[in-house]
Ligand binder design. Structure first.
Ligand SMILES: Nc1ncnc2c1ncn2[C@@H]1O[C@H](COP(=O)(O)OP(=O)(O)O)[C@@H](O)[C@H]1O
Ligand SMILES: N[C@@H](CCC(=O)OP(=O)(O)O)C(=O)O
Length: 376
C-alpha cells in the first residue's frame, strides 16, 4: 500500500465502528451490451456479503443500502432494457425488490445472519416523525444482530420527490444512523478526473476538499445505474460536509475496501460533524416557502446572525411556524435554509419593519441564527 493509501482518512474509514455500505445496480445486476435482462449476479452478491460479514465479524455495525430492484425486475417482466417511464420503473422495482431482498437474505443466511428490509422515501426522511422511526428501526435491527438492507421505496415515490438515486439516500442514511463512514461500491475503481470510458482519465486517490475537484468531469452512469458519477460525487460531498468520510471503490474490490480502505477514492470529512437537526434542515427537510431578503440581511446571515424582519423584502409559499423555508437573496439565489418562527401571513405583516415597531408577540427573529443553515 502506498503512503497515500494509508492516509488519515483511510485509517478513519477502516477503523470506523459503524458504516453504511451502498451497492449500486451496476455491481449487482448482470449486464451485457446487448442484453441486460438476465437478473441478479448471485455470485457477486455472495462475495459482497462475505466482505460485509467479515467487517461485521471484526466488530463494525454495517447498514447496507442496496440498489438493483429495477434491474432485477427487468427479466421477470420480459423487458429488454431499463425502463424510463415511472410506472414501468415502479412495476420493475416491485418485482425486483422481492428478488433482491430474497437474495440478500439467502446470502447472509450462510452466516446465520438475519436480514431486515427497510424501504424509505425522501418524504419519510423529510418528516421528523418518520425520520425518527426509521432511526429507531435501524438501531433496533443493529442491536438484534440483524443487518438492515435499505432501498428507496420505489413503488410509492413520485418523480418529484424521489431521492432519484441511492447515493443520496445512502448519504442521508449514514447521517441518520450516526455512521462513522460511508462506502459507495460501484463498477468503477474510484473517481476519475474524466469519464473513464472515454480513455485517458486518471484516478484520484484522495479528495481533501473542493479544490481537489477542480476540472473533474463526473459523467453519467451505465445502462443499469441511475445517477452516474455526478450523483456519487454530490452524495460523497454531502456526507463529507456533514462530517462522514467516504470511500468510493469498485464492488469487485469490496474485500479490500472494507478491510483496510486501501483502494478507491477517499473523501476526507469536515472536522466537525453537523448537528442532526441542522443536517436535516439543510439536506432532508422539504421546504414550504421562500423568504426574500435584502443585501444587508444576506450579509448578516452569512456572518451567522439571526434573520430580522427589517431585512425581509418578500414572502412566498404557505408555511407555519416551525416549517423549513429557503432564504433567498434579491437575485433569487438560495443563501440559507432555516426553521421559520412565524406563519406566512405573520411574516408578510412584518416585512421591512424594525423589531421595536412590532407588537411584543412578533419580536423574535424571523429565523434564529441557531435555526439557519447556510448554503455552502
Ligand atoms: N469521472 C468519473 N469517474 C468515475 N466514473 C465515472 C466518471 N464519469 C462517469 N463515470 C461512470 O459512472 C459509472 C458509475 O455510475 P452508475 O452506473 O450510476 O453506478 P451505480 O449503479 O454503481 O450507482 C461508472 O461505470 C463510470 O463509467
Ligand atoms: N431504488 C432503485 C435504485 C436506483 C439507483 O439509485 O441505482 P444506482 O445508481 O445503481 O445506485 C433500484 O433499486 O433499482
Amino acid at each position: 500500500m502506498t503512503a497515500e493509501l494509508r492516509s488519515p482518512v483511510r485509517t478513519q474509514i477502516s477503523g470506523a465502528r459503524s458504516i453504511v455500505v451502498k451497492i449500486g445496480s451496476s455491481a449487482l445486476v448482470k449486464s451485457s451490451p446487448t442484453d441486460i435482462s438476465d437478473g441478479l449476479d448471485l455470485e457477486r452478491l455472495d462475495a459482497l456479503a462475505d466482505a460485509l460479514e467479515s467487517r461485521m465479524a471484526s466488530g463494525t455495525d454495517v447498514i447496507v443500502v442496496s440498489s438493483g430492484a429495477i434491474g432485477a425486475g427487468i427479466g421477470p417482466l420480459g423487458l429488454k432494457k431499463r425502463p424510463t417511464d415511472l410506472a414501468t420503473k415502479q412495476a420493475a422495482a416491485s418485482v425486483g425488490q422481492l428478488a433482491l431482498a430474497h437474495a440478500w437474505g439467502t446470502s447472509f443466511a450462510r452466516y446465520g445472519r438475519t436480514v431486515g428490509q427497510v424501504l424509505l422515501t425522501a418524504h419519510d426522511i423529510s418528516m421528523r416523525a418518520q425520520h425518527a422511526n426509521a432511526q429507531r428501526t435501524l438501531d433496533r435491527l443493529r442491536t438484534l444482530g440483524a443487518v438492515a438492507v435499505v432501498n428507496e421505496n420505489d413503488t410509492v415515490a413520485t418523480d418529484e420527490i424521489r431521492f432519484g438515486d441511492n447515493d443520496r439516500l445512502a448519504a442521508l442514511v449514514a447521517h441518520l444512523a450516526g455512521a462513522d463512514a460511508l462506502v459507495l461500491l460501484s463498477d468503477v475503481a474510484g473517481l476519475y478526473d474524466g469519464d473513464p470510458r472515454k480513455g485517458g482519465a486518471r484516478m484520484i486517490a484522495e479528495v481533501a476538499g473542493a479544490a481537489d475537484l477542480d476540472g473533474v468531469i463526473a459523467g453519467s452512469g451505465g445502462a443499469l445505474g441511475t445517477g452516474g458519477m455526478a450523483s456519487k460525487l454530490s452524495a460523497a460531498r454531502l456526507a463529507a460536509d456533514a462530517g462522514v468520510p467516504v470511500l468510493l471503490a469498485a464492488a469487485s474490490d469490496a474485500a479490500a475496501a472494507l478491510a483496510d480502505a486501501g483502494v478507491g477514492t477517499a473523501f476526507a470529512a469536515r472536522d466537525t460533524r453537523m448537528s442532526a437537526r441542522n443536517f436535516w434542515v439543510r439536506h432532508a427537510a422539504e421546504t414550504r416557502g421562500r423568504i426574500v431578503v435584502d443585501d444587508g440581511a444576506a450579509a448578516a446571515i452569512a456572518r451567522r446572525k439571526s434573520l430580522l424582519p427589517a431585512g425581509v423584502v418578500g414572502v412566498e409559499g404557505r408555511f407555519l411556524g416551525g416549517d423549513v423555508v429557503d432564504v433567498v437573496g434579491a437575485d433569487g439565489a438560495v443563501r440559507a435554509r432555516g426553521v421559520i418562527a412565524y406563519e406566512a401571513a405573520e411574516v408578510a405583516e412584518m416585512i421591512g419593519r424594525s423589531t421595536a415597531d412590532l407588537p411584543p408577540g412578533l419580536r423574535r427573529p424571523v429565523v434564529h441564527a441557531d435555526d439557519l443553515v447556510l448554503r455552502s
